[in-house]
Design a protein around this ligand. Sequence first.
Ligand SMILES: Nc1nc2c(c(=O)[nH]1)N[C@H]1C(S)=C(S)[C@@H](COP(=O)(O)O)O[C@H]1N2
Ligand SMILES: [Mo]
Length: 281
Amino acid sequence: MDSTDHGVEARVADLVHRADEIVKAAPARRDESAVIGQAGELLEQARDLLDDVADPERRRALAAQVSRRIGDLDRALVASFQGPSPGVRRAPTKDVDPARIPPNQHLTAGFPVLHVGRMPDTAAGDWRLTVTGLVERRTVFSLDDLRDLGTVTERSDFHCVTSWSRLDNDWTGVRVRDVIDAAGVKAAASHVIASGHPAYSANLDLEVVRRDDSLLAWAHDGAPLTREHGGPLRLVVPVRYGWKSVKWVTELRLLDRDVHGYWEERGYHDVADPFLEQRFA
Ligand SMILES: Nc1nc2c(c(=O)[nH]1)N[C@H]1C(S)=C(S)[C@@H](COP(=O)(O)O)O[C@H]1N2
Ligand SMILES: [Mo]
């Protein structure tokens, strides 16, 4: 074994150690899922380095350490999403048409912030959305390009699987339909996988993203979308649980088959209709 191997091993060990330190501090913090996401990023970096560890015994031992921790984090994340979200204050339901509230949801007075991992810090002017897969022209859009396709405002309700719902959100942006049509949807396309920072994704039926109220939004309730709520650009699909509304969206990929996204891979429902209470697979 040469000195480079020791260097790689030390870097893997350091990343694992830093991830452990973050996890130790996590349960006491308000943004638990974000903290777990940061530890996850370090472990992903450690996993990427493993191939460079020349000694097969050491490589196997380190790989076991890394994957055990990644498994623990995945379970902790799923658990953290099953509890109440930080920032949820219940709102009264008395003046609301009960038909608007999906089963086992309650209204929130605020606007909770929920995501895994770190927020990106890309400036709005540098933001790009790529539409790719089964399209005539793979197209990269800036926010100005999207605005040129026609700005709309749609009022809709937002339902998070962790059981809070926020009614009457005014989302301003462009219809997803208009964006994918600008790229030319091929006849074979039936599904969309939307990806966003840091390594998040969600799958949707093409039919659902073609609805009038499915938007790529840059403003909420008349103000520019804040970073924590997915600014400068997020997907909004009101007829699905909130996890399908990918924040910091960077890519829409059209497919002729269903491919699971981040939460669908972790046991959440493929479709996610809140009125059918499709929480878990
Ligand atoms: N990129 C990204 N988008 C995401 C998430 C995430 O973890 N990463 N979480 C989803 C979930 S579970 C919900 S409920 C909504 C929350 O949006 P909000 O933070 O604006 O309330 O964002 C969704 N979009
Ligand atoms: Mo959610």
